[in-house]
Ligand binder design. Structure first.
Ligand code: C2E
Ligand code: MG
Ligand code: MG
Length: 444
């Protein structure tokens, strides 16, 4: 009996999978797509179908033989599976055609990101039959529900997009819907430019002073990244930091920011100016990479800046997910003598649990609360509770986004002594920050 079941299972597997790659075949893929559509309909989700063609496979078959072609296809299948999430499906539809069904795609950027990774993965050299061969992939993309709500329609739309992409020169991706291509193009163009910006001195740090509310004395400063592209003009970090995070560019950029902030602060100290800490924003992606302590150590060493003059600003997202890795890095930073400040406090997942577990030095009251502090009792209460909490945990507090005298006075009354915002100064280019450090305080 059990032999019968095993045989049945084997038959079932064989009839639903491609023999060469062991991926689901067209008929199983059809079923999976149907199920995913039903689920997406229930929970209002979006699906993307990435139809992938391995370009010029026949050339490999002709020149190196079919065994080499087969090995290549198996490797492409393996790489595609590596990109798919646990709920996604990779299938082989025909000779040189694969499909990736993405289920958890919230927006177009998620889809673009996966398409890029797939193209890059296919384009990495393959070693088949003792040869290094390079092939490219072309991708046509359709999206449920906008391009159709039946498996056949979605496949047809992806196929049409793929045909366009092949005409346009292969090794790229294309959406069925025109406006999504426009968005992808903007995004890609930005990425290419940002990549070049790193080597071309288009990035700069500006500095915003943090001052004593009582007399305007400069107590510290925050380094804020600026990008001036010759083609696109000034681009806000709110726009390009997320892009840098999605593309991994945040790592070289983040390293540069930390080094540059240390070098600049040390240069000012050597010139005899006020010795104050510089705060640097570090994104959760940098902590995920695990390299922050090493980068900080190298930057301190290279610049000669003493660690107490460097502060790392992190957001609550760092403390979510794999917290043990983040915890270890934060502990290492503190052991070096660098201080830690929690940015945008109150906007995230503020929980007492992590506040006591992660040893921090400072909380920054988010500008969203400061903005409404004199008009909205809830914002005022949040600011007040933050101060009480900080007091209990022996943390310092900075209020950011202070724009008016009324806000300053209110913050002073509830005991917030360090302020940052346009009322005192916008972020300044290094030369103007230097003038401020020479004066030692902002003009009130
Ligand atoms: P953030 O760290 O919370 O920085 C504060 C933002 O508020 C800055 O925007 C600053 O210019 C702005 N700001 C300061 N005072 C006022 C005020 O009185 N009113 C208003 N309305 N805004 C004020 P910016 O420079 O555009 O930076 C935006 C965000 O980009 C930063 O928020 C930070 O999260 C991120 N960012 C900036 N530089 C870096 C960086 O080097 N690395 C990383 N990972 N993120 C950065
Ligand atoms: Mg900040
Ligand atoms: Mg902030």
């Amino acid at each position: 009996m059990s032999a019968l079941i095993a045989a049945h299972n084997q038959l079932d597997f064989l009839s639903n999978h491609d023999a060469l790659t062991e991926l689901p075949n067209r008929s199983l893929f059809h079923d999976r797509l149907q199920q995913s559509i039903a689920a997406a309909r229930r929970n209002g989700g979006q699906l993307a179908l990435l139809l992938v063609n391995v370009d010029r496979l026949s050339r490999i078959n002709d020149s190196l033989g079919h065994a080499a072609g087969d090995a290549l296809l198996r490797e492409v299948a393996r790489r595609a599976r590596g990109i798919a999430g646990p709920l996604d499906t990779v299938a082989r539809l025909s000779g040189d055609e694969f499909v990736l069904l993405l289920t958890g795609c919230e927006d177009t950027e998620d889809i673009i990101f996966s398409a890029r990774r797939l193209i890059d993965a296919i384009a990495q050299p393959h070693s088949v039959g003792g040869h290094d061969v390079v092939v490219t992939g072309s991708i046509g993309i359709s999206v449920f529900p906008r391009d159709g709500d039946a498996p056949g329609d979605l496949l047809k739309a992806a196929d049409a997009a793929l045909a366009h992409q092949k005409d346009a020169g292969r090794n790229g991706f294309r959406f069925f819907k025109g406006e999504m291509n426009a968005q992808a193009l903007r995004w890609l163009a930005l990425e290419t430019r940002l990549r070049r910006a790193i080597g071309r001195a288009e990035l700069a740090l500006h500095f915003q002073p943090q001052v004593a509310g009582r007399d305007g004395r400069v107590l510290g400063m925050e380094a804020l990244l600026r990008w001036h592209s010759p083609e696109l003009g000034r681009i806000s970090p709110a726009d390009f930091i997320p892009l840098a995070e999605d593309t991994g560019l945040i790592l070289p950029i983040g390293d540069w920011v930390i080094r540059q902030a240390c070098l600049q602060n040390k240069a000012w100290q050597d010139a005899g100016l006020a010795r104050v800490p510089v705060a640097v924003n570090v994104s959760a992606h940098q902590f995920k990479a695990g390299t922050v302590p090493a980068v900080v150590r190298a930057a301190l060493l290279e610049s000669g800046l003493e660690p107490q003059y460097l502060e790392i600003e992190l957001t609550e997202s760092v403390m979510l997910g794999d917290t043990t890795a983040a915890e270890a890095q934060l502990a290492e930073l503190r052991a070096m003598g660098v201080s830690l400040s929690l940015d945008d406090f109150g906007t995230g997942y503020s929980s007492l649990g992590y506040l006591s577990r992660f040893s921090l030095d400072k909380l920054k009251i988010d500008q969203a609360f400061v903005r409404n502090i004199t008009t909205d009792p809830r914002s005022a209460a949040i600011a007040q509770a933050t101060l009480a909490l900080a007091d209990g945990l022996a943390l310092r507090v900075v209020a950011e986004g202070v724009e008016t005298v009324a806000q300053r006075d209110f913050l002073g009354r509830i005991g917030c002594e360090v302020l940052q915002g346009y009322l005192y100064s916008p972020p300044l280019p290094a030369r103007e920050m230097q003038a401020l450090l020479e004066a030692g305080h902002v003009a009130l």
